[in-house]
Ligand binder design. Structure first.
Ligand code: GDP
Ligand code: ZN
Length: 303
């Protein structure tokens, strides 16, 4: 027999969590022992796979949480080392930017990609509002990301261009959709939705217009195996727990050069015999991408 599809936490409301089960959505509390056992992280977070017992129609208790494979998290406010999980078990991060209105912000895109790399998530770039770029010139700012190996999907939530391609890259995964406000994340989520039904409530929850929602993250079901979450911007995601000694590994286009530097512990900032600097010089690594690396590695940009 097929194993039961796992129950997944799709939304939190203070002490309650909505859990999607094969039988429908169950509103759950959390068994006290779970809270006591996990002091360094949220006992339950959106995206967690959980075991529940039913206590009434549509009501239950979360009894156990499966170990998290990956997390998007930040430091809980006012604490040194307590993790606040924004999304548990994401498979990929899709960074959404617009070709214009608002103007793309490559440094911010680099930060999203670093977070994805450091957390072990696949990453893709969605370039929206392609309808505002009839000449094709504006989108060229995203060329270095294709060269670095990231899928770059061009979309227009307005005309529908690229929506099927975006749907294909999301299929079967739990994806975090990140990007500055105004780039069209909500519009894309609406365009991706195959039909208008009960899920409309989930969209409005994401866009902040839903009733009763108190937590930032909601998982939206696109099809049986596909979820998307509108995750907050870079400030909220943050670099907490990211090892800047390994920053060079988080730029995939640097990786082929890393073991060719003269010094094994090369920072690629000023060292002679640096293969990364040579590749930048030769145009094999994009200059702006390198500048992004340099500013973060040297600590001249906010971490
Ligand atoms: P969000 O803040 O990222 O969720 O962005 P919204 O989905 O709220 O969109 C912000 C604005 O951009 C709205 O006025 C949308 O109508 C507009 N918009 C969204 N997608 C597109 C697009 O593909 N092309 C154009 N021209 N405008 C878009
Ligand atoms: Zn080097």
């Amino acid at each position: 027999a097929n194993p039961r599809p796992p129950n997944i936490v799709i939304r939190g409301y203070g002490q309650y969590y909505d859990v999607r089960t094969p039988e429908g959505i169950v509103r759950c509390t959390v068994r006290g022992v779970l809270k006591r056992a996990r002091r360094k992280t949220d006992p339950v977070a959106v995206g967690d796979r959980v075991e529940i017992t039913l206590t009434g129609p549509g009501e239950g208790v979360i009894e156990a949480v499966a170990p998290r494979l990956r997390t998007l998290s930040r430091r809980a406010r006012g604490t040194e080392d307590v993790e606040q999980v924004i999304l548990a078990n994401p498979d990929q991060l899709v960074a959404v930017f617009a070709v214009a209105e608002p103007e793309p912000h490559p440094r911010m895109l680099d930060r999203f990609l670093i977070i994805a790399e450091a957390r072990g998530l696949a990453a893709a770039v969605c370039v929206n509002k392609i309808d505002l770029d009839p000449s094709g010139e504006l989108r060229r700012i995203f060329d270095p990301y294709r060269a670095a190996g990231y899928p770059v999907i061009e979309t227009s939530a307005t005309t529908g261009v690229g929506i099927d391609e975006l749907r294909a890259i999301l299929h079967g995964k739990v994806s975090a959709l990140s990007g500055p406000s105004g780039v069209g994340k909500s519009s894309l989520i609406n365009a991706l939705h195959p039909e208008l039904d009960l899920r409309v409530g989930e969209i409005s929850a994401v866009t902040g217009k839903g009733r009763h929602t108190t937590t930032a993250t909601t998982l939206i079901l696109l099809d049986d195996e596909t979820y998307i979450a509108d995750t907050p911007g870079i400030r909220q995601l943050g670099f907490w727990g990211i090892d800047f000694e390994r920053l060079d590994h988080y730029f995939p286009e640097f990786r082929p050069y890393l073991d060719q530097c003269y010094y094994a512990d090369c920072t690629h900032l000023t060292e002679p015999g640096c293969a990364v600097l040579a590749a930048v010089e030769a145009g094999a690594i994009d200059y702006d991408r390198y500048e992004s690396y340099r500013a973060l590695r040297a600590g001249t940009d906010d971490r």
